[in-house]
Design a protein around this ligand. Structure first.
Ligand SMILES: Cc1cc2nc3c(=O)[nH]c(=O)nc-3n(C[C@H](O)[C@H](O)[C@H](O)COP(=O)(O)OP(=O)(O)OC[C@H]3O[C@@H](n4cnc5c(N)ncnc54)[C@H](O)[C@@H]3O)c2cc1C
Length: 497
């Protein structure tokens, strides 16, 4: 008998989401976080991609929306120095919300602890060991060092992940020798902002909105919020940065001077941060009873998408871990976590590294590449495809027993009519339980699922298939109109029929 079911190391977005999902699945997680309080250094300012749909399916999206302090960004996003315009799409293929990471973490913490997860702040994991039966964490807490045992331990402990090192898992890839500094500042009197977003400065004259490349780096200028300038500099710098050292306005001003060769007047800072880009992925996401998720498993060299990938890891992992712990997992279920999420992480790295290639070139050939890429993105199909790649909505997992086009894809939020009234797929997935959704009253297809997953009968306009078997993470495990054998195979593979 272990102290808890799962130890989660790290209370960032990944660890907190995992804790909540594990509680929904009925297991006992303990979250250990080395920081005594939530981190104050500004990190993410935006949340984008598929995780927004997942948050909607868990009934959390409206709560996240309530945290948005800036207007929702326009439907365009930067892809390695090229702007992708999504305004022509009625339903944007990449959704984004401008939410500060600290506020998001506060909400996730409230959600996870509200569901009964235990969180200990100021408790650092300094050692990890495992055997066939359990895993033990050595923890340095405010009252000294102690041990906790669990059936599994998940390292959600960020890019420098001590858990990953202690488990002996390699983290190959590249750290780019450059530092990015971001400032969101009010507009001082000495600065004029033109209608098209260009600025006029006393010393440097007119500076265009968008990217200005010089021999010493890149200066980026824009505005997400009226009255606030968004400024970013990128400079080559082989040193390592320390996330715990706060950025200052002087540091940003010095960097701008090095890049542009003169001063840009800066108003009061709303946000200052700096970051370095790495492209790395853990060799494996599982070593026995130790697993990795979030930044501990992958670092992406582009902005705006890392939390999406990390929190999606958690949603994928939680129900599989719970099934293992509750003794109802079919053989190999937990290994599908690595198979599915390592592939999804590699795909996220693919688009993210492509952004580096587009962004880092400063010569004429690189300018030409960006221009050609920009031209290609005038094509609606190309823009949609790229946006889905960045959002992670094009992820398709292999699903045994089904050849249907929908198998392995994320279930759409269908409006449903049932005997009890109107509902939706999102409502059905609120408690993170697997569902067999019968849209054509097919008792012979409901029968094999009884007792294994929730079985619901409903009607939907333009039903995509007679029956959908939906996993707790929202992915369609089986879709079809007949073939009971295929359905039985899918049920056996995922839910241990
Ligand atoms: C300036 C900046 C801007 C960013 N902007 C965006 C953005 O706009 N959108 C986006 O999606 N992403 C963005 N990111 C990336 C995003 O912040 C990370 O992807 C995200 O924080 C990863 O979440 P995580 O929970 O996996 O890890 P982390 O948030 O790093 O959390 C790991 C936690 O583990 C704790 N920990 C570490 N070691 C131990 C230990 N031994 N014992 C106990 N606890 C431990 C740490 O204290 C930390 O709280 C940005 C990052 C930076 C730095």
């Amino acid at each position: 008998m272990t102290d808890v079911d799962v130890i989660i190391v790290g209370a960032g977005p990944t660890g907190l989401m995992l804790a909540a999902e594990l509680r929904l699945a009925g297991v006992r997680p303990l979250v250990l976080e080395r920081r005594p309080e939530r981190g104050k250094t500004p990190k993410a300012h935006g949340l984008s991609g598929q995780i927004l749909d997942l948050l909607h399916y868990r009934g959390l999206l409206d709560r996240v929306r309530a945290l948005v302090t800036d207007p929702v960004p326009a439907d365009r996003f930067p892809f390695g120095g090229v702007h992708v315009d999504l305004t022509r799409f009625e339903e944007p293929p990449l959704k984004a919300l401008s939410v500060r990471q600290q506020l998001l973490e506060g909400l996730l913490e409230e959600h996870a602890t509200g569901l009964g997860a235990e969180l200990r702040r100021g408790h650092e994991v300094v050692g990890v060991s495992q055997d066939d039966e359990s895993v033990t964490a050595e923890v340095r807490g405010p009252d000294g060092t102690y041990e906790v045992t669990a059936q599994y331990l998940v390292g959600c402990d960020g890019g420098r992940s001590p858990v990953r090192s202690m488990a002996g898992i390699g983290f190959p890839g590249t750290t780019y020798p450059e530092v990015n500094r971001i400032g969101q500042v009010s507009i001082p009197d000495r600065l004029t902002v033109h209608d098209n977003g260009d600025i006029e400065t006393p010393e440097l004259g007119r500076i265009k909105a968008g990217f200005t490349r010089t021999g010493t780096g890149v200066f980026a200028l824009g505005s997400l919020t009226p009255g606030i300038l968004f400024i970013q500099t990128t400079e080559d710098d082989p040193g390592e940065i320390d996330d715990d050292v706060p950025m200052t306005l002087t540091e940003l001003g010095d960097s701008i001077r090095r890049v542009l060769g003169g001063d840009v007047p800066l108003g009061d800072p709303v946000r200052l941060s700096r970051y370095q880009f790495s492209a790395r992925q853990a060799e494996r996401y599982r070593e026995g009873r130790i697993l990795l998720a979030g930044d501990a498993a992958h670092l992406l060299p582009s902005t705006g998408t890392a939390i999406n990938v990390g929190m999606s890891d958690s949603v994928n992992l939680a129900w599989k871990l719970a099934a293992e712990i509750q003794g109802r997992a079919p053989a190999g279920l937990l290994d599908t976590y690595h198979a599915e999420r390592h592939a999804a992480g590699a795909r996220a790295l693919l688009q993210s590294r492509a952004q580096v290639a587009l962004r880092r070139g400063h010569d004429e050939a690189a300018e030409a590449l960006r221009a050609v890429f920009q031209e290609l993105l005038d094509d609606e199909q190309a823009a949609r495809r790229l946006a889905s790649h960045v959002a992670g909505t094009d992820t398709r997992y292999p699903m045994p027993g089904s050849t249907h086009a929908l198998a392995g894809t994320f279930v759409p939020d269908l409006a449903l009519e049932t005997d009890q009234g109107a509902t939706s797929v999102a409502e059905l997935l609120r408690d993170a339980r697997p569902v067999l959704l019968d849209l054509a009253d097919r008792p012979e297809l409901r029968e094999p699922a009884e007792g294994l997953v929730d079985v619901r009968t409903a009607k939907a306009e333009d039903r995509p298939a007679d029956v959908l078997l939906i996993r707790p993470d929202g992915y369609i495990a089986w879709a079809g109109d007949g073939d009971t054998e295929g359905l039985r195979e899918a049920l056996a593979a995922w839910f241990g029929a």
